[in-house]
Ligand binder design. Structure first.
Ligand code: ARG
Length: 400
């Protein structure tokens, strides 16, 4: 009796997920492996990947274009939540996992599979995100994670694959572990494991080195409708198109790099480099527009919600009841977050230089220091008397 009969495997075309195919069949007695490669805009050619899965022993090799779904239902939620894990990482990898899990589950249900499989190791966050998401969506499906158990080194993995006709990587494979999609690139391992080591320029693909960026600033205008970015420089953009264009424009000015030591859910600290040009600028602009259109208390309260939201997305709880409840709060706050934000891009910096909205709560005749001032200055005195009362009473008691 094998561990499962028919399995849908999350497939990237890399050595590990390719080796999973014969491994599942030979070692774990799986009868049929169906592979699923998700197109998240990672820019890989998917037809060769599809064929490679068949050559590696898959009975069926599927490719799913989920780019539009990814941006609309995952990335835009992250923007509305101003989601930055540990205040910095816009969650490009983390946001993709619940979507891949969803497509795996749907495929398993469609093909009558009894399990899903992935190639994650036991040290990362991604295994948690896959497993918890799959369990939430269909608790009857088994989850197989060969790379979590097989204990093979890189060389052993390649040698195992060769026995079953999986070609070893042609070019000397990158010393880094890289995950990429429309929202950015996550780069770790190799020389980067030394936290004191400066990342070499060659690891970057989406962001230019400052030395190569334009010597003139570029101004862009991002339009939001209900907290969702919809226009760039006054022109309506489809979700995927908007992210792609912004990645180009922003990355061209060397903006979007993050070098951080982050706390993984499994307790390990890891050194991660990210490039995420579009997401970082979109969150920056979105947050600014919120300052204009939300009241102080909603803005301040939302900060705490954003922190929790970022943590639960990072920690694999996308399909949890807490996430659903936070979404309800966030969605309500976004109803009036519409307007435009002007951003100046120059030499690695993005700066908000202007914002406007039909829902603006900024009141010129109250804010002004000019003659038009409508603010009742005398009212301030009574307000301060009451506001400071508890402190005054305390002070009298303590100091006598
Ligand atoms: N640390 C990031 C996260 O947990 C990225 C993980 C994938 N990174 C990688 N280089 N393979 O979301």
């Amino acid at each position: 009796m094998g561990r499962a009969k028919k399995v849908v495997l999350a497939y990237s075309g890399g050595v590990d997920t390719s080796v999973c195919i014969p491994y599942l069949k030979q070692e774990w007695g799986v009868e049929e492996v169906i592979t699923l490669a998700a197109d998240l805009g990672q820019g890989d050619e998917l037809e060769p990947i599809r064929e490679k899965a068949l050559k590696s022993g898959a009975s069926e090799s599927l490719v799913a274009d989920v780019k539009d779904n990814f941006v609309k239902n995952y990335a835009f939620g992250g923007i509305q939540a101003n989601a930055l894990y540990e205040n910095r990482y816009p969650l490009g990898t983390a946001l993709a996992r619940p979507l891949i899990a969803k497509v795996l589950v749907e495929t398993a249900e469609k093909y009558g599979a009894d399990a899903i499989a992935h190639g994650c190791t036991g040290k990362g966050n991604d295994q948690v995100r896959f497993d918890v998401s799959v369990t939430a969506l269909n608790p009857n499906l088994k989850i197989l994670a060969p790379a979590r158990e097989w204990g093979m080194s890189r060389e052993e993995t390649i040698a195992y694959g060769e026995k079953f006709g999986i070609p070893s990587p042609v070019k000397k494979s990158s010393p880094y572990s890289i995950d990429k999609n429309l929202l950015g690139r996550s780069i770790e391992a190799g020389l980067l494991e030394d936290p004191s080591f400066e990342p070499p320029e060659e690891i970057y693909e989406m962001t230019k080195a400052i030395a190569d960026t334009p010597n003139e600033p570029e101004y862009i205008q991002i339009g939001f409708d209900g907290g969702i970015p919809t226009t760039l420089n006054g022109i309506a953009k489809k979700p995927v198109e908007l992210i792609e264009e912004l990645n180009q424009v922003v990355g061209n000015h060397g903006i979007g790099r993050i070098d951080m030591i982050e706390n993984r859910l499994v307790g390990i600290k890891s050194r991660e480099i990210y490039e995420s040009p579009a997401m970082l600028v979109l969150i920056q602009a979105h947050r600014d527009l919120e300052s204009l259109t939300l009241t102080a208390d909603v803005t301040h309260y939302k900060r705490g919600i954003e922190e929790t939201y970022s943590q639960i997305v990072y920690n694999g709880l996308w399909y949890s009841p807490l996430k659903v409840a936070l979404d309800a709060f966030i969605q309500k706050t976004q109803e009036r977050v519409s307007g435009t934000v002007r951003v100046k891009l120059f030499k690695g910096n993005s700066t908000i230089v202007g914002r406007s909205s039909g829902n603006s709560l900024y009141t010129p005749d109250l804010a002004t220091y000019g003659a038009e001032d409508q603010f009742d200055h005398k009212a301030a005195e009574g307000f301060i008397y009451v506001w400071g009362l508890p402190t005054r009473i305390w002070s009298r008691q303590v100091r006598g």
